[in-house]
Write a protein that binds this ligand. Structure first.
Ligand SMILES: [Zn+2]
Length: 283
């Protein structure tokens, strides 16, 4: 089932900890998202504890060497090989020319304004979305925009400043699928270091059985789990999310997943099947 996903957790020198929610993955839950834009997080009986880990094997992959787009479409970036920095030639604050040096006390080369001295720090972007369950089916949207025009995706997009991840996921779902949803639980956090993106996908349910394509979608449709269009999905992150979900459903209830999606070297960004899922942790 998961033949295209490689679960790697045995690197030499890697401190690999399995995420454990102490017997009840619903210890972390959301309530009453339907009546307010302010999500309420219930207190956990046992704190969710992520053990920090670090491995030298991912050091070179942790640089978001991406020409990040400001559009709402995830995975639209072109990127340079890992280890190089994006070329920022002008200061975003004053417009002055930049120089590329390692600032004092730091380790990575940055673009530094030669006029005002502002250092351009680039950080990963957060993509949030919903995996909507309805009558044993999943709601997918067919993209009407590039990249991945005509391919299917979960409703998802870049988080905006000033909103929470849950608010962003609900907003994106409304914008792309015309669906009002209630968040049930977090389902997956998937990091894609190569392009500087982190996906947070929530399980959600329809508040009303209505949906319709928004401006970025040509069609929205409920797919039975056996009919997921794996060959027509938009992004590796969506493929991973759906495979993990269906795998969970086959053996019980959805868990919470963390993983790093690494593109296989030498493969095309458009080949969404050419990846490995590394450091896969699950509740
Ligand atoms: Zn400047």
């Amino acid at each position: 089932m998961l033949r295209s996903i490689q679960f790697l957790g045995s690197y030499s020198g890697l401190f690999f900890h399995r995420l454990k929610l102490h017997g009840n993955h619903q210890a972390l839950s959301f309530i009453s998202l339907s009546s307010s834009r302010t999500p309420l997080l219930t207190s956990s009986r046992t704190p969710l504890c992520f053990h920090q880990f670090r491995a030298s094997s991912i050091g070179s992959e942790s640089n978001p060497d991406v020409a990040s787009s400001s559009s709402s479409s995830p995975s639209s970036a072109t990127f340079r090989p890992s280890g190089t920095s994006r070329r920022i030639n002008f200061c975003q604050l004053c417009g002055g020319p930049t120089k590329h040096e390692i600032p004092d006390g730091e380790e990575k080369e940055r673009a530094i304004c030669t006029l005002c001295g502002k250092i351009a720090y680039e950080n990963p972007k957060m993509v949030v979305g919903c995996l909507i369950e309805h009558d044993n089916s999943i709601l997918l949207c067919k993209r009407k925009i590039q990249p991945s025009y005509g391919l299917w995706t979960l409703p998802a997009g870049y988080m905006e400043i000033g909103e929470s991840a849950t608010e962003g996921a609900i907003r994106e779902t409304w914008e792309e699928a015309g669906a009002k949803v209630e968040i049930i639980s977090p389902f997956a956090q998937l990091d894609i270091p190569l392009i500087g993106q982190t996906y947070i996908i929530f399980l959600a349910k329809l508040m009303t059985p209505h949906f319709s394509p928004g401006p970025e979608s040509s069609e929205c449709r409920l797919f039975a789990l056996d009919d997921i269009p794996y060959e027509s999905l938009s992004f590796s992150s969506m493929l991973v999310t759906l495979k993990l979900y269906i795998e969970d459903i086959k053996v019980g209830k959805p868990k919470f997943h963390y993983g790093i999606i690494n593109k296989r070297p030498g493969t095309s960004p458009s080949d969404i099947h050419a990846y490995t899922l590394d450091y896969h942790l699950r509740s």
